[in-house]
Design a protein around this ligand. Structure first.
Ligand SMILES: Cc1ncc(C[n+]2csc(CCOP(=O)(O)OP(=O)(O)O)c2C)c(N)n1
Length: 206
């Protein structure tokens, strides 16, 4: 992790991308996030996420890439090239996908490899609250727990899946893993996204 990245850096980066996207210069989806900067910075600091560690994310991973040390300019270029929802920076060990539920098995597999090769490093996979309801999330957390793999699942709960109320779908105010043995593999926090799920909530003309 680059220790130079501040909350303000994360906020200003998303604002810059919002402006470029709003001007119709990015001809691909972008998912902007605001409101979870403190939580993400705290996790990167407390876990000392560094060069040996892997960060897996999904369509909303701009902040993760910055915190993992991807240079701002490289990240901006990738987003402008249309790769916002599937950012991949192998050098910084940042791997993302726009497909709900994908990568869970990949992250667990990477952790399995680290453990079995006795290599340094830990895998962190960041996902949303509805992603944490998928079958593959359950399977991956169970496998990682039972085989004591070096992987941590971070669930960033913004209360919705696109525009669907996650709690209504859960039928519960609490996530399924609360008070289970699987909790030790999971970091969970709530936040309110100050941007729409995707884009800027208005039609962008190219
Ligand atoms: C397989 C698949 N189905 C549907 C989508 C469309 N989709 C993108 S994000 C998303 C919502 C996911 O909700 P959550 O995991 O809570 O993420 P967040 O709200 O944090 O973006 C959906 C349904 C997709 N990307 N992949």
């Amino acid at each position: 992790m680059s220790d130079k990245i501040t909350k303000q850096d994360l906020i200003s980066f998303e604002k810059e991308i919002a402006e470029i996207f709003g001007a119709g210069k990015i001809k691909a989806p972008v998912h902007l996030r605001a409101g979870r900067e403190d939580a993400l910075i705290k996790i990167f600091e407390e876990k000392k996420i560094g060069d040996n560690d892997y960060v897996f994310g999904y369509w909303d991973s701009h902040e993760l890439a910055l915190l993992k040390g991807v240079p701002r300019q490289d990240l901006k270029q990738a987003i402008c090239d249309g790769k916002s929802i599937s950012l991949c920076f192998p050098k910084q060990k940042v791997l993302c996908s726009g497909i709900v539920g994908s990568l869970m098995g990949t992250a667990v597999g990477a952790a399995w490899a680290l453990k079995n090769k006795k290599e340094k490093g830990h895998v962190y996979i960041f996902c949303g609250d509805m992603s944490a309801e998928t079958g593959i999330f359950h399977e991956s957390v169970k496998y990682a727990t039972n085989f004591e793999l070096p992987v941590t699942f971070i669930v960033c709960d913004n209360g919705v899946s696109v525009m669907t109320d996650t709690r209504e779908t859960w039928g519960s105010q609490e996530p399924w893993f609360k008070d289970t043995k699987f909790e030790k593999k999971i970091i969970y926090f709530k936040y309110e996204n100050e941007y729409p799920h995707s884009g800027l909530g208005r039609l962008i003309k190219f």
